[in-house]
Design a protein around this ligand. Structure first.
Ligand SMILES: *[C@@H]1O[C@H](CO)[C@@H](O)[C@H](O)[C@H]1NC(C)=O
Ligand SMILES: *[C@@H]1O[C@H](CO)[C@@H](O)[C@H](O)[C@H]1NC(C)=O
Length: 204
């Protein structure tokens, strides 16, 4: 069993026209055994940054707490919010710092730049960054999600369409993987704010 299958997860981030979104499943398992269906994997850093972590649940929470500390320190020192570009590099460098005993986590970052254009980044477990302008996927279900996204994604979707596309891709993707799914959460970020929606999924 690979590390991404220990606790199971599925995650997609997508860009739209002046908006971005992240969809993640909510299952927490110990290998084949499901423990919870309300596990939080996506976090809002500030008005412009969403970050999702897929991988080992304990490392995910450690990395999230350390990142929150680093962002708070940045805000105190610089007296401004961290930009999405700086945040992307911060995450990658924190992962690379631990490259000989790494966090078993694949982050997915989505947000808006200063001019409200979308920003998307994902990285592997040692922080090799990958920048895309359409969508990124992560987690145990990545292959299936790639297939769904490639056939359904269209550029310049509005927030409502983006929500629909993200939801359908995630729900159909996790149906082919028993280690992820069991409900999902979709976050849509626009310059006006972030909307969080919980979706019901198949419970098997
Ligand atoms: C994640 O999976 C590991 C390995 O199967 C397990 O030991 C651990 O308890 C799981 N994490 C949680 C928070 O249940
Ligand atoms: C999980 O279930 C699958 C399918 O039944 C099985 O092939 C696999 O060995 C199981 N894994 C573990 C760690 O029990």
């Amino acid at each position: 069993m690979s590390i991404s299958q220990y606790n199971g997860s599925a995650m997609i981030a997508m860009t739209g026209k002046g908006c971005v979104g992240i969809a993640a499943d909510r299952r927490l398992g110990i290998r084949n055994m499901t423990k919870a269906c309300d596990f939080k994997k996506v976090f809002q850093v500030n008005d412009k940054i969403l970050v999702g972590f897929s991988g080992l649940a304990t490392d995910l929470q450690t990395l999230e707490q350390r990142l929150r500390m680093r962002c708070n320190m940045y805000k105190l020192r610089e007296e401004r919010e961290i930009s999405i570009e700086a945040f992307g590099n911060l995450v990658a460098s924190m992962q690379y710092e631990k490259r000989f005993g790494y966090y078993f986590v694949e982050p997915v970052i989505a947000g808006l730049k200063a001019d409200n254009s979308p920003y998307l980044m994902s990285s592997d477990i040692i922080g090799a960054q990958c920048f895309k302008d359409d969508f990124v996927v992560a987690g145990d279900t990545a292959e299936t999600l790639f297939g769904m996204c490639e056939s359904v994604y269209r550029p310049d979707l509005g927030p409502e369409e983006l929500f629909e596309v993200l939801s359908q891709c995630l729900l159909s993707g996790v149906d082919r993987d028993c280690l992820a799914g069991w409900g999902a959460t979709v976050y849509i970020m626009t310059p006006e704010g972030v909307r969080e929606t919980h979706l019901k999924g198949r419970m098997d």
